[in-house]
Design a protein around this ligand. Structure first.
Ligand code: PLP
Length: 476
């Protein structure tokens, strides 16, 4: 199925990709062609129950629909009206039930077609599910920032203030080794801004082992080349030494870039230059050292010993580190730059900074993520295996299926190969499609011919809805 215009159906994945994402199994492709009934369409006998379906304009004029229009918008309401009529037309409900069914769907209706999904894959940062889920504190902040908000105003003096001061302060509190912080639109933007502001028209030295594709076909080398800096690749895929950097550095060098190859792992005969060694070389030649961390850990996490963090990288001598807000940091989509004041200021004052600036909602959510309680991401990562076992047992007791050991994953290109020991309920593989199409939608992991429901990334408060959704899917 080609995605076109307004036809919205389940996404189609290549087989390998779908398996990886927990989406494998038959994906029933149902295309609904919505149409507004008109008199010339289907000849109906007067006994035809379809003739009793309330007319579109009658439904649209009803008070419930008029009320809902103010909340949902006319297009959404019309879509729901037509969907209720369709159900009657297909015999799923009686024509007389159309107003009630419509009232229910208007009540549940949202102005977005994005649907909340219960993440039962065990993959904590699931890119296709929007990466990190926001904390309750961040959701409150989003709500507060949604209207007019003092994002660039000092209410005490009534004059303009610097955008993002509160998020900046929260970042600096979370990473005291940084002199300055800047928030932009996403991790890629932070990296592009760093390379543009610090090395445009000059060379950036980077190891061949770190020229990664960050997902959906976006490749770091292409991204950097698009900024007008020239890549100077050194070393080999598995081994790059300090001397490789040293022999490449010269008057043309704009920066040294070290990238954390976050989404894959090279095992065996490998070597990479450490940040502190590169720092000495960069300092001798007076070029900045940029470290692209990716994941956004501000401080080390003992659970993920190989995952680099901002504090350690700055301590080892990075001039600036770049990271995402919605990976291990557990916040909204954002790009973060932390580092020496002179370097971050060059980024902040570069014209490109305006093109990649963070929006007020993300700034508010990021601040609340940093100052608020543990994020859902941290909770899922550090979930106690015994507690996961008890929750899986309770689910299996209610729905059947077998409780099996199941390793969760960090996901989102973080800590590849690090298993997060836990448990899942194993169900027949074909349960997966019914779970995805249920209400609430649930995404399980499809693996080894089974549908695995892992409670790791499900807030405990949602265990009830999850159980009900699995029961409904099994009865399907
Ligand atoms: C994820 C990642 C990026 C891109 O960050 P986005 O927030 O997705 O734009 C860049 N570099 C590394 C190392 C990453 O892991």
């Amino acid at each position: 199925m080609e995605a076109s215009g307004f036809l919205v159906g389940p996404p189609v994945f290549k087989t390998g990709e779908a398996e990886h994402l927990g989406l494998a199994g038959s994906i029933p492709v149902r295309l609904r062609h919505s149409y507004i009934p008109c008199s010339t369409e289907v000849p109906m006998s007067s006994q035809d129950p379809r003739s009793r379906i309330p007319r579109t304009d009658t439904l649209l004029a009803s008070p419930a629909v008029v009320d809902a229009s103010a909340r949902l918008g006319a297009d959404t309401v019309r879509r729901l009206v037509i969907a209720a009529q369709e159900r009657a037309r297909h015999g799923e409900i009686e024509p007389e039930q159309v107003p009630d069914v419509l009232a229910q769907s208007l009540q549940a209706g949202r102005a977005t077609r994005l649907r909340p999904v219960i993440n039962a894959t065990g993959v904590v940062i699931h890119t296709n599910l929007g990466r990190a889920p926001l904390s309750a504190a961040a959701v409150d902040a989003v709500q507060a920032a949604a209207g007019y908000v003092d994002v660039e105003l000092d209410l005490a003096t009534g004059t303009r203030s610097k955008r993002g001061v509160a998020a900046r302060a929260a970042l600096l509190a979370g990473c005291p080794d940084a002199e300055e912080a800047l928030v932009v639109n996403n991790g890629a933007a932070a990296l592009v801004l760093a390379t543009t502001a610090l090395a445009q028209g000059r060379e950036i030295i980077v190891s061949r082992g770190e020229l990664i594709e960050i997902g959906a076909g976006f490749r770091l080398p292409d991204l950097i080349a698009s900024t007008g800096a020239r890549l100077r690749e050194v070393g080999t895929t598995n081994r790059t030494h300090l001397k490789d950097y040293a022999s490449a550095i010269g008057p043309d060098t704009g920066a040294i870039l070290k990238v954390h190859p976050s989404n894959f792992r090279v095992d065996g005969f490998t070597s990479a230059a450490a940040i502190d060694e590169l720092h000495d070389l960069a300092t001798q030649h007076e070029v900045p050292l940029i470290v692209d961390l990716g994941s956004g850990l501000l401080a080390p996490d003992p659970l993920l010993p190989d995952e680099p963090d901002a504090t350690s990288a700055l301590g080892a001598g990075a001039d600036v580190v770049t990271a995402s807000g919605d990976k291990l940091l557990g916040g909204p989509q954002a790009g973060i730059a932390l580092g020496r004041k002179a370097i971050v200021d060059r980024m902040a004052t570069h014209p490109l900074a305006r093109a990649v600036r963070a929006d007020k909602v993300a700034l508010a959510a990021l601040e609340a993520t940093l100052t608020g309680p543990a994020t859902p991401t941290a909770t899922a990562l550090h979930a106690d295996p015994d507690r996961l076992r008890a929750r899986a047992d309770a689910l299996a007791a209610a729905v059947g299926g077998e409780v099996v050991p199941h390793d969760g994953r960090v996901g989102g290109g973080g800590a590849p190969g690090v298993p997060l020991p836990g448990w899942a309920v194993s169900l027949p593989e074909n349960t997966a499609a019914a779970l995805r199409l249920g209400d609430p939608a649930v995404l399980p992991r499809v693996h080894g011919g089974a549908c695995l429901v892992d409670p790791r990334c499900v807030p405990e408060s949602e265990d009830g809805p999850l159980t009900a959704a699995v029961q409904a899917a099994l009865a399907h």
